[in-house]
Ligand binder design. Structure first.
Ligand SMILES: Cc1ncc(COP(=O)(O)O)c(C=O)c1O
Length: 378
């Protein structure tokens, strides 16, 4: 099946009992069993729920993995995946990783005894130099957040294979429509499904997809033991959102490309970070490993006062945390996605106080441009 067909029919079969084309929502915590020695497929809904299973299979199919697991948030998926490791283990992590992941690794997991080294993952030599005998995985985001840096996934996979360690990729910004890290040899893909996968800014959810069934089994054990599962109502909303993933991503990124080109021409804009621009340092690598630049871009403005005016004055894009919804969202990484990162760390990573991130929604791009032009075209 081609991707668009798989979105509609993959992992979400028509209900065999009544023929409902929309997957039933099994709002139950437990399942009655027939007899002492004949238990059915489901017993308790933390361990398995048919609505969640339909979603998990759909996402696993799209990412081309063996096992997909749905969690109560992106952070729950990330934290549950990190539980694959043990105190004394070490991870090499891209330096501008999502702020919540940085916080999780640098506080809770650090206290537990898991070490992480944050490096510029665009530099494969820097990744290699950070690997120690106790390193168990490379943890990557490409494009990264909020500086939209590109990591060469095939080079990372080759490096990980040399050291017998895992490659984990947070694929939130791209979605499997634009990039499938498991096909490039990565081991686990993670998502904040809150973003493009659901796409409508009405659910918090997360996913982990493993390429290998054995690794999938270990993750499934953690999902059940740790228990941060996604509820059936939310699973159904994401199943519905997924159906339009292809058409949404196509529209989102066509508008993002137009807006990036316009921003580049504005005198008040010092720099645009978007992998659809040929001058982006990761342009060639991104083009090789994905089928499009996506819909998230960042830009630096001339000064802080203008940054404040734009963020507070724009009417069409919500000034908000998050991304990937049908509505455009303008956010301020220093106080939002990366607020959990100490100011000195943020500065060192190049996340300035004039940096703005835009998630381009499904509005007409001309309207979005006209709205921003009130502040930038002066
Ligand atoms: C790249 C990335 N990964 C993970 C997360 C965490 O996901 P959630 O907010 O669904 O817990 C986010 C949230 O913004 C994110 O942007």
């Amino acid at each position: 099946m081609k991707f668009a067909t798989e979105l509609i029919h993959g992992g979400d079969p028509i209900d065999p009992q009544h023929g409902s084309v929309s997957h039933p929502i099994y709002h139950t915590s437990t399942f009655a069993q027939q007899s002492m020695d004949h238990f059915g497929r489901y017993d308790y809904a933390r361990s398995g729920n048919p609505t969640r299973e339909a979603l998990e299979e759909a996402v696993a199919g799209l990412e081309k993995g063996a096992t997909g697991l749905a969690f109560a948030s992106g952070m729950a998926a990330i934290a549950s995946t990190i539980l694959l490791f043990a105190p004394g283990d070490h991870l090499v992590v891209c330096e501008d990783v999502y702020g919540g992941t940085f916080r999780l690794l640098s506080t809770l997991f650090k206290g537990w005894g898991l070490e992480a080294t944050f490096v510029d993952a665009t530099d494969t030599a820097a990744l290699a130099a950070a690997i120690r005998p106790e390193t168990r995985a490379l943890y990557l985001e490409t494009p990264s957040n909020p500086l939209i840096k590109i990591t060469d996934l095939s080079a990372a996979v080759a490096l990980a294979a040399e050291h017998g360690i895992l490659t984990i990729v947070d694929n939130t910004f791209m979605t499997p429509y634009l990039q499938r890290p498991l096909e490039l040899g990565c081991d686990i893909v993670l998502h904040s499904g809150t973003k493009f996968l659901n796409g409508h800014s009405d659910v918090i959810c997360g996913f982990a997809v493993a390429r290998d069934p054995e690794l999938g089994k270990r993750l499934r054990f953690i999902q059940n033991a740790f228990g941060a599962v996604l509820g059936p109502q939310d699973c159904w909303l994401v199943l519905r959102g997924l159906k339009t993933l292809k058409v949404r991503m196509e529209e989102h990124q066509a508008s993002a490309q137009k807006i990036a080109l316009w921003l580049k021409e504005q005198k008040q804009v010092e720099r645009v970070y978007y992998p659809g621009l040929p001058e982006h340092p990761g342009y060639e690598v991104h083009k090789r490993q994905s089928s499009g630049p996506g819909a998230v871009l960042s830009f630096e403005l001339a000064d802080f006062a203008l940054t404040t005016r734009l963020l507070e004055g724009v009417e069409l894009a919500a000034f908000a945390v998050s991304l990937g919804g049908v509505e455009s969202i303008l956010s301020y990484p220093a106080k939002m996605s990366h607020a959990a990162m100490p100011p000195a760390e943020r500065e060192a990573r190049g996340i300035k106080d004039t940096l703005v991130r835009l998630s381009v929604g499904l509005e007409d791009p001309d309207d979005l441009i006209a709205d921003m032009a009130r502040f930038l075209d002066i």
